[in-house]
Ligand binder design. Structure first.
Ligand SMILES: NC(=O)c1ccc[n+]([C@@H]2O[C@H](COP(=O)([O-])OP(=O)(O)OC[C@H]3O[C@@H](n4cnc5c(N)ncnc54)[C@H](O)[C@@H]3O)[C@@H](O)[C@H]2O)c1
Ligand SMILES: [Fe+2]
Length: 463
């Protein structure tokens, strides 16, 4: 079904997202059939009415059970660590693929980095055609161009090489190659009928984790809106997270992508459909990012920091792939679509603002986040103290890695807040935010992020 106008998809998105995000492919659960308690979640940690005493998050889980239970999506074979790219070649050979469309961006092609992938494929007798037209914040047009090249060359699988933009563009090509139509037809949750053409995602940022997720974010250029395509049939077959491919990332890119990963972990952790499985992934991701991001930014050649950030973004991806996200992403997608701004930077600026909003609903969750961030015991003695400390620590980390303090510095215009807020509330990523927002709430959050707040002196980390 083709979506033409901004408004026409809102109802379909709301019903499909509640059904698909929560219960997974093929399980039709309408939001209206779920217990009200599921959406009126106050806190994961304090089990109202439970006979079990409240404990740390995840040990006393208290979501009302959804009919049909919860889904955990992890179908990708993930190859991790130095040397993973070479292992991927052996697997590709065993799967019998013959000719790859390599989807990448202009920088990765011009810098010569893509040559390594071409060589690795050639070493196992696989031919390759390079499409280097995936731009940061990839567009519907990029998908069409990649698809045309794939068809004219008779490629039987796709290799994406780069960051989230290359992977998402590749997924877009793979979806349309297998299902026909245009990428716009697949906006929403589990819309496609056929699995996409196989994608091997070779990741070079840490990051989006798009190499393992069922998310594909493509800009609809006619509306300047980033479409969220959430579909288990667009999960890559093989993912490669080899930190040696991330060493040359400049400091600003390392910072932005690292803050994106932190946002995935925090949003997944406070999501209304998190489970103890996604919580475990999210908390460890927060711990690794809090420990290693500053070093990865300050010294890109530090292999331990690169390796740990590669695992951290993977864990954050494993968390949000099933628990989904929240308003930070729903709002950041609008900034990316409207102004073509870097995704991670938008997230970093919005993260403390949206978490301040959320902390009014689920304050005790921030005790766990404070602990994962390594904040001292005095900063997490109660929920109010912990929430405040977490906001300060996020702002402190952003500042230390050189993220701009507010949306004003990014060139965002207050006169656009109305339309940005309206579109944010239609983005599937916002449906699992723990505190529902009104249009006015979202405008207020954009305004707060526009003005920005200076980071306070960072709290000492716990020993
Ligand atoms: N599908 C998902 O699950 C998901 C999740 C979050 C974000 N996203 C999307 O991903 C996109 C952002 O991806 P990203 O942040 O990874 O960046 P990116 O893919 O847009 O790349 C940004 C720039 O960094 C360069 N680059 C990439 N790797 C490099 C390396 N190792 N060394 C030097 N330069 C390198 C690229 O050439 C490009 O110019 C956005 O469109 C966002 O919406 C997708
Ligand atoms: Fe993201």
């Amino acid at each position: 079904m083709l979506r033409k106008a901004v408004n026409s998809g809102a109802v379909r998105l709301a019903t499909r997202a509640a059904a698909g995000l929560l219960a997974g492919e093929g399980v039709a659960i309408a939001r209206s059939t779920l217990p009200a308690a599921h959406f009126a979640l106050r806190s994961h940690a304090s089990a109202a009415g439970s006979s079990v005493p409240a404990g740390p998050h995840g040990t006393n889980y208290h979501h009302a059970q959804a009919p049909g239970g919860y889904a955990f999506f992890m179908p990708t074979v993930s190859l991790m660590g130095a040397g993973a790219l070479d292992s991927a070649a052996q697997r590709i050979q065993r799967l019998g693929y013959k000719k790859a469309l390599i989807v990448t961006d202009a920088y990765m092609a011009k810098s010569g980095a893509v040559g390594k992938v071409v060589d690795v494929l050639a070493s196992v007798g696989v031919e390759a055609v390079v499409f280097d037209g995936a731009v940061p914040n990839p567009t519907d047009k990029n998908v069409e161009d990649g698809l045309a090249l794939l068809r004219s060359n008779g490629c039987d699988f796709i290799v994406s090489f780069g960051g989230g933009s290359s992977h998402d563009c590749a997924k877009g090509v793979g979806i349309v190659a297998a299902n026909g139509g245009r990428i716009h037809d697949y906006e929403g949750v589990d819309v496609s009928a056929q699995p996409m053409l196989p994608v091997v995602a070779v990741n070079t940022t840490a990051g989006t984790a798009s190499e393992i997720t069922r998310f594909c974010i493509i800009t609809d250029t006619s509306r300047s809106v980033k479409m969220a395509i959430v579909d288990s049939k667009c999960t890559p077959t093989i993912a490669v997270d080899d930190p040696t491919l991330m060493v040359k990332k400049p400091a600003a890119l390392t910072a932005a992508t690292g803050m994106d990963a932190l946002t995935h972990a925090v949003e997944a952790y406070v999501s209304t459909i998190s489970t103890p499985v996604t919580d475990a992934c999210a908390l460890h991701a927060i711990k690794l990012i809090s420990t290693y991001l500053r070093t990865a930014v300050a010294d890109g050649s530090n292999m331990q920091a690169r390796d740990m950030m590669s695992y951290a973004q993977f864990l954050a991806g494993a968390a949000f792939n099933s628990a989904s996200l929240g308003y930070v992403h729903a709002m950041a997608h609008q900034l990316g679509g409207f102004y073509d701004l870097p995704h991670g930077v938008c997230n970093a600026v919005l993260l403390p603002v949206v978490q301040e909003f959320n902390a009014k609903q689920v304050p005790s969750l921030y005790i766990d986040i404070a602990e994962a961030m390594g904040l001292p015991e005095s900063a997490r003695r109660d929920a109010a103290t912990a929430s405040k400390a977490v906001l300060g620590a996020i702002r402190g980390l952003s500042k230390d890695v050189g993220i701009p303090a507010n949306l004003k510095q990014l060139g965002v215009k207050p006169e656009d807040f109305d339309v940005l807020a309206a579109n944010s509330l239609k983005d599937a990523c916002g449906f699992t935010n723990p505190r529902p927002a009104t249009h006015e709430d979202v405008v207020a959050m954009f305004r707060q992020a526009y003005e920005g707040e200076e980071a306070e002196e960072p709290l000492a980390q716990a020993a």
